[in-house]
Design a protein around this ligand. Structure first.
Ligand code: LRH
Ligand code: MN
Length: 424
């Protein structure tokens, strides 16, 4: 289903007058509006192919109908999100869930929808039909060399698919670990995993990046072999300059100070990018900014400060990706809300008065320092984010277009109630 520009423009007319007033009020109160708008416009977020259908848990899955039943339909749905928000010009594929049947055709369909291919994701956390060796006791950590080789070969195959599609990075998330004390020799598991990652790293094209994603627990519940940022940094430092650490916001132990982790990985030049989502307890994969919006803002505050300190390009030097799962919301509406929350956090971080903040920090003026960052956090920047969308031909209110145009109903007419998207 394609959403015609004229439809979006028509819907914008309802919101234009109020928007212009809000935007004027806001731009009068901030100094470099045009620079903020420019940065917001350039900031694009990749949509996870595996989150375009309804997710579920071991207790159940409640499909909503009209789900994308093929890679082509996933690209169309990601194209819809980009047409509405002008903020999601990329899709991140997961192999084997999204093996491109005809890479050239898939590439041109993506182009038609204004999309490029962000990081490719490998999968050695499930046994595929016909797979010779099981990953039950891990993949790259496995005591059996043959299982490790199978995992290495899979990752090299994923790179091949990525090269055909024009992707420039590989995300490796390993579910490897142990569920009971005594089950695993941590040192050997680390060394087997490093050796396996090194073989994949060697196969990585010169202009590619490898993202090593860490996770504190699940599906293993005693140890994870890439369990935290320190372990991931150990791997990426030993692997080489093309290897970076990927931060999935839901992969931390409770109350971890993720913004500090981000600041230090950035300082070390080893921060590769993000899997944005939100959580209250575990890897809940909830809508971005739905539970801890202040933490998301503090993370972007460290990102802007740290990237500027290294003259990095905000839009292109890190990988911005969503990784969420939708159990009770329409997947596309959930992703529209996540895209909005990310842009809002970024816009607020751009409004932090950095000069005054450094002054307060150098004077140990704790109260003023907090007042400065909370001034930015409490600023309603939605009109800025909407203005950036409007200038790029997007919707002032994407959710209202999605609902008014009955997109889900149309997709159900086209695809039926039963289609299930490959993914989690
Ligand atoms: C693991 C993870 C990883 C993906 C998977 C879909 O929890 O975050 O990034 O491969 O979700
Ligand atoms: Mn993830």
């Amino acid at each position: 289903m394609k959403l015609k520009k004229a439809l979006i423009d028509k819907n914008n007319e309802h919101f234009l007058a109020v928007h212009k007033k809000n935007y004027q009020f806001l731009s009068d109160s901030i100094t470099d509006t045009e620079d903020v708008i420019k940065k917001l416009t350039e900031f694009q977020i990749a949509i996870p192919s595996w989150a375009l259908g309804t997710g579920g848990t071991r207790f159940g899955r409640f499909g909503g109908g009209g789900e994308p039943g093929s890679l082509e339909e996933k690209i169309e749905d990601a194209g819809l999100l980009h047409a509405l928000t002008r903020s999601a010009d990329a899709i991140s594929l997961h192999i084997p869930w999204d093996i491109p049947s005809d890479a050239e055709n898939i590439k041109s369909l993506a182009k038609e929808n204004g999309l490029r291919f962000d990081a490719m994701n490998s999968n050695t956390f499930q046994d595929q039909p016909g797979q010779t060796l099981s990953y039950k006791f891990g993949s790259m950590q496995h005591v059996d060399r043959a299982v490790r080789k199978q995992a290495v070969d899979h990752n090299i195959a994923v790179i091949k698919y990525g090269k055909e599609l024009g992707s420039k990075s590989l995300t490796v998330w390993l579910s490897d670990g142990s569920c009971f004390p005594g089950q695993l020799n941590f040192r050997k598991a680390f060394q087997n995993t490093l050796e396996s990652l090194q073989e994949v790293y060697t196969a990585l094209p010169e202009d590619w990046k490898m993202f090593v994603e860490y996770k504190a627990f699940e599906p293993n519940f005693y140890s994870m072999t890439v369990g935290d940022w320190g372990q991931s940094l150990l791997y990426t430092s030993k692997l080489g300059k093309k290897a970076y650490t990927l931060v999935d916001l839901g992969h931390h132990l409770a109350n971890a100070n993720i913004e500090q982790i981000v600041a230090l990985l950035l300082m070390e030049g080893k921060l590769g990018g993000f899997h944005f989502n939100d959580s209250k307890y575990g890897d809940d994969d909830l809508t971005v900014g739905s539970i801890k919006p202040y933490q998301l803002f503090l993370i972007f505050n460290e990102l802007v400060e740290g990237m500027d300190a290294k003259n990095m390009n905000h839009a292109t030097d890190l990988a911005w990706m969503i990784d969420a799962s939708h159990n009770v919301k329409d997947p596309l509406e959930d992703l529209l809300q996540s895209l909005e929350a990310i842009k809002i956090a970024y816009a607020k971080a751009l409004l932090v008065d950095k000069k005054k903040l450094v002054e307060a920090q150098n004077n140990n003026d704790v109260v003023t320092a907090q007042e400065i960052i909370q001034q930015a956090f409490h600023t309603d920047v939605r009109a800025l984010v909407a203005e950036a969308r409007l200038r790029e031909g997007g919707a002032l209110n994407p959710l209202s277009v999605y609902r008014n145009q009955k997109v889900r109903e149309e997709l159900i007419k086209e695809r039926g109630m039963k289609t299930v998207a490959t993914g989690l």
